[in-house]
Design a protein around this ligand. Structure first.
Ligand code: HMG
Ligand code: MG
Length: 287
């Protein structure tokens, strides 16, 4: 069988990219960023997070963002949700995909969501039920899939276990995340080898932050494992308020160029992307 050379890019800039920004970013600017990304040909955009405004103030306008975000045939707008309350609000606002987020580190689960890993999985069950009722796909993140800012190196078996739990409750896609962007390719290789014992490569996505400049080398490792879905953020925006040391996500332009170089097909137009990058940089500069 011929190797699959089609790759999907999930643009997480409007959510992961902006969530850590301290300054006021207007809802209008967020909507314009999403529109420019859609114009550039991105087909999946994580538009916002229906999380507690007390925990992540930058996402307080989630409802207005999701309700007013551009809609295009072939474009999937996703919302990050931590629980049933978030899922109900995201669905009411028109989210086309939900993303739940678990962690392979107990300490990070507490810091990020104020619960244990097992409790987080229980919180997701009603999210999956709602998604099924509304015919929406659900992605499940596994944060700290390689390293945790609090616990250090994470055992690949722990990542596999959380991925299995997420598949078990009905997540159709598992996104393994190098939350702090310090993973070296050998360790990503070991983690993916473990996770693939339980999850087919077709159902896997990789979410790399780029703190140590290893993200593209890690993309290559993941391509070798058959992964064809990659997250990135416009202009390399990004960071998590509960992961000290986490720098930006892998930049969308770097990912596109890298995939093009390797003969993988994806639909992003780099000239159009430049318009979204200019706005993203302006958002960062104005804080
Ligand atoms: P909690 O304080 O334990 O929850 O927070 P609670 O149930 O006691 O609720 C506290 C308050 O939040 C209540 O309001 C709830 O109504 C409200 P109050 O009565 O005090 O006025 N609340 C909500 N409001 C809006 N939307 C909701 C919601 N749920 C409760 N969905 C909770 C628990 C999970 C809510 C909180 O810890 C939280 O929101 N955490 C989110 C943290 C976050 O967003 N982190 C960044 C995203 S994850 C990430 O970046 C990693 C990723 O990129 C992958 C990677 O790189 O690793 C995905
Ligand atoms: Mg992230």
């Amino acid at each position: 069988m011929a190797e699959d050379r089609n790759v999907t890019i999930v643009e997480v800039g409007p959510r992961d990219g902006l969530q850590n920004e301290k300054g006021v970013i207007s809802t209008e600017d967020k909507l314009e960023l999403i529109r420019l990304l859609a114009d550039a040909g991105v087909r999946r955009i994580e538009a916002t997070a229906f999380v507690s405004p007390k925990w992540v103030p930058q996402m307080t306008d989630h409802d207005a963002v999701m309700r007013n975000a551009v809609r295009r045939p072939g474009l999937l707008l996703s919302a990050l949700v931590p629980n049933e309350k978030g899922a109900l609000a995201a669905i009411a606002a028109g989210a086309q995909e939900l993303a739940v987020f678990a962690s392979a580190s107990e300490t990070f689960a507490q810091k990020n969501t104020n619960c244990t890993i097992a409790e987080s999985i229980e919180r997701f069950r009603p999210v999956l039920t709602l998604a099924r009722e509304h015919g929406l796909p659900v992605r499940g993140y596994v944060s700290c899939a390689v390293d945790c800012p609090y616990e250090g190196a994470i055992n690949p078996a722990a990542v596999r276990e959380v991925a299995e739990s997420l598949v078990g409750i009905g997540c159709g896609e598992i996104a393994v995340a190098d939350t702090i962007g310090r993973a070296r390719p050998e360790r990503v290789d070991a983690m993916l080898a473990a996770v693939r014992q339980s999850v087919l490569a077709d159902h896997l996505a990789c979410h790399f932050h780029d703190t140590s400049g290893q993200a593209l080398a890690n993309v290559d490792v993941a391509l070798g494992h058959g992964v064809r879905i990659f997250d990135s953020a416009v202009a390399g925006l990004g960071g998590c308020p509960y992961a000290p040391g986490a720098a930006g996500n892998l930049a969308t332009r770097d990912l596109v160029l890298h995939l093009n170089d390797r003969g993988f097909r994806q639909p992003v137009d780099l000239e159009m992307l430049a318009l979204a990058e200019a706005l993203a940089r302006q958002m960062k500069a104005s804080k």
